[in-house]
Every structure is written in structure tokens, then in C-alpha cells.
Design a protein around this ligand. Sequence first.
Ligand SMILES: CC(C)(COP(=O)(O)OP(=O)(O)OC[C@H]1O[C@@H](n2cnc3c(N)ncnc32)[C@H](O)[C@@H]1OP(=O)(O)O)[C@@H](O)C(=O)NCCC(=O)NCCS
Length: 213
Amino acid sequence: MSNYPPLNLRVRTPRVTLEAATDELLERLVPVVRAGLVVDGQPLPFDDPMTLYDESPQREWGWMRRVWAGRSRVSAEFWRLYFVVCEDGEPLGMQDLIGRDFAALGTVTTFSWLAPGARGRGLGKEARAAILQLAFDGFGAREAGSEAFADNKASNGVSAALGYSRNGTAWATRRGEPAQLLGWRLTRDDWAPRRRADIELSGVEECRPVLGL
Ligand SMILES: CC(C)(COP(=O)(O)OP(=O)(O)OC[C@H]1O[C@@H](n2cnc3c(N)ncnc32)[C@H](O)[C@@H]1OP(=O)(O)O)[C@@H](O)C(=O)NCCC(=O)NCCS
């Protein structure tokens, strides 16, 4: 157990566990990052700037620095909770929850990636369902948003499958090239009938004051 409550958060589903991204878990995920997340080709999933596009070993170093920096930047105005997605104890990727002015607005966004070999088996959907349960049930969120490039079928597929509605478009660059993003939103009312009874949250109450709640 850590003395820092965000590092004790855990979300467990029958298929995956989201473990707070401790240094030990980041170390265990490094081989996945080193192997290359975007090696399975086009379309590129991430908008710039993104350390995961860098060459190894700058990729791993930059990725770890981003997590450490994000972990230390915590206030009521902005926080980001980093989780490692584990299947049978094996780290496969990340699932983050981001709150901007959350105490005032109750809105969150999410970010995720899985190792190429772990994709397309429903784990991305399971990890998103898990983080939504933490947001809505654990922290009382009002609405969750998501964005993905229009050609990112898997990420848009996760949002569609979990009941999000389309919410406009935007533009961003990926490796310098402009591309269109699709926006998605899931309100608390849309989520409520889909609430899962088989997802277990731990460490939530202790974490609330850290996030200004
Ligand atoms: C996005 C990501 C986390 C999704 O996880 P995943 O495990 O691959 O997706 P799932 O297997 O849970 O599939 C979710 C839904 O999308 C659909 N889907 C997944 N891959 C698809 C594909 N290549 N084409 C069409 N539909 C697809 C699935 O059928 C499923 O919908 P359904 O439940 O209605 O059948 C994962 O693909 C990934 O890491 N991608 C690269 C990084 C990335 O894009 N991150 C998000 C940036 S916005």
C-alpha cells in the first residue's frame, strides 16, 4: 500500500484489472512500449505531441517522464489518473481518466492503448467500462467524453459499443499531418442502465480529497 491514495486505486472486472500505475508496474510495461505501439502500421492513433511515436529508447524515457509529470500535476482544476491494464496479472496497456475542473463540472475524458497483440478481443471495451464505473460510480461524474481519429475503428467502436453519442468533430495533427477527430459523449443517464454489477472499485474514498472532492 502507498501513502499516496491515487496509487492505491484499483478497478477489477471479471476480465481485466486496472491497477494504479506505480513505478513497479510501469517498469513491467516498458517492454511493451519498447517493442513499439504503432508498429502495426496505419492509421496512426495518437495526436501530437506523443512520445509513443519516438524511437526507442527515447520512447520509453519520454513515456515514463510523461506519466511521472502527469502524476505530480494534481489539483482540483486538473488531474489525470494513470492505470495499467492487466489481464491475469500481465500488464497489457494503459487506461487513463482525466478530470478538468471536475469538482465544478463533473466531466471526465479517457485515454487508452493496448499492446498490439492484446487488441480486438474486447479488452479495450472492458477497460473503458471499468474506468467509466470509477468515474460515474466512484467519483459521481456527470458526463464522460472521448475523441478518436475518424479512421480509428477500434477506439470509435469502443465508444459506440458503450452507448456514447456522437458529439461533433475537431482537427488535430498526427506526426504533423492534419486529420479529423470524432467526438463522443456519455451522460450519466445514458450510462446508468449500463452500469455493471460485476465491477469492483477499491481505494476511492481515500482518493477523493486528493482530487479536490
Ligand atoms: C483503442 C483500443 C484501446 C481498443 O481496444 P480493443 O481491445 O482493440 O477493442 P475491442 O476489442 O474492445 O473492440 C471494441 C469495439 O470496437 C470494434 N472494433 C475493434 N477493432 C475494430 C476494427 N479494427 N475494425 C472495426 N471495429 C473494431 C469491436 O468490434 C468492438 O465493438 P462491438 O463490441 O460492437 O463488437 C485498442 O485498439 C488500441 O490500443 N488501439 C491503439 C491505440 C488507440 O487507438 N488508442 C486510442 C486513441 S483515441
